[in-house]
Ligand binder design. Sequence first.
Ligand SMILES: Cc1cc2nc3c(=O)[nH]c(=O)nc-3n(C[C@H](O)[C@H](O)[C@H](O)COP(=O)(O)OP(=O)(O)OC[C@H]3O[C@@H](n4cnc5c(N)ncnc54)[C@H](O)[C@@H]3O)c2cc1C
Length: 315
Amino acid sequence: MEPSMVYDVVIVGAGPAGLTAGIYARSKMMSTLILESGKVGGQLVALYPEKGIHNYPGFETVQARKLSDKLYAQAESMECDIRENEKVEDIIDGDQKIIVKTAKGEYETMSVIIAIGMGDFIPRKMGSPGEDELTGKGIDYILPQKEDLVGKRVVMFGGGNSAIEMALIADSVTDTTIVHRRPEFRADEMNVKNLNESNVRRIMNATVKSFNGKDRLESITLEQDGKEMTIPADLAVINIGITADLGILKRWGLDLTENGLIKVGVDMSTNRNGIFACGDVVDYPGKYKQIITGCGEAATACLMAYKFVKKPYWA
Ligand SMILES: Cc1cc2nc3c(=O)[nH]c(=O)nc-3n(C[C@H](O)[C@H](O)[C@H](O)COP(=O)(O)OP(=O)(O)OC[C@H]3O[C@@H](n4cnc5c(N)ncnc54)[C@H](O)[C@@H]3O)c2cc1C
């Protein structure tokens, strides 16, 4: 950073909402910095890179990783300054400016758009014996690339849309079983129909007693209706939800809704002057956590940041 540089906008988070905000900001020629605590792409890359997205307009279906790559390429081509592995810790008011602090430095900006999605999120663990020891050695929390599944016996855990969709992806290349602790899935009807018509083996009402294996996962012992059974497995994928940590929002002095998310107006403004927000981190009546809504909110947040910073007579 040049010592005297003051950005027009700093965007916090480089998921689909943050990247879209960057694309819109640059089309208004705002100097734009995007700070991302991990890797660009948000949930699309961190949680479901292999999944097909069927509801993003303009693509009949697009693999999550590819949609993220396209957004990234578009933001870069518009000359957004994007920095990975740089988590925003604090956002404080300065003299006519806002100061955004990370472990690596401080950035001065005229406005901020917060697009941190679920904040620091980690996949939920099952808490079963053998899980910690075999994580990375046959136990995973996201589905590896299809090529790496071939020839492996995959066991998926979970009963929601995500678990079913991942099981169907695995089933397209290898022997796959899905294990759910309840008698029924809690997922979209279309996903359940597709599962019923697939070759995925289903084990319902079952819990894990232990993941077994010395250096790698070899088998899984389940309990179903009071009886134990051990099934062979090369890869267990645990897909039972995510633990999100958005505690940082309180420190940033933002008004939150009862869901712990940022309360925004229809113009994506927060209670803090010059700070706007978009994507999964915001809340308002009717909020729907999807890529398209996050991107739409990003466009609005960006227009409002532009008006706040540039104050054009016509806007
Ligand atoms: C399994 C699954 C399947 C889904 N399938 C679909 C689908 O088919 N279609 C659809 O439309 N939606 C789908 N969604 C929802 C969609 O992924 C989200 O709505 C979308 O990712 C939200 O985008 P975002 O940019 O707001 O947040 P995110 O994608 O969560 O990105 C936020 C980014 O901010 C970063 N960050 C967090 N804290 C900080 C910080 N302090 N400083 C800097 N950076 C930070 C994070 O590392 C992350 O990269 C799915 C979600 C899941 C979990």
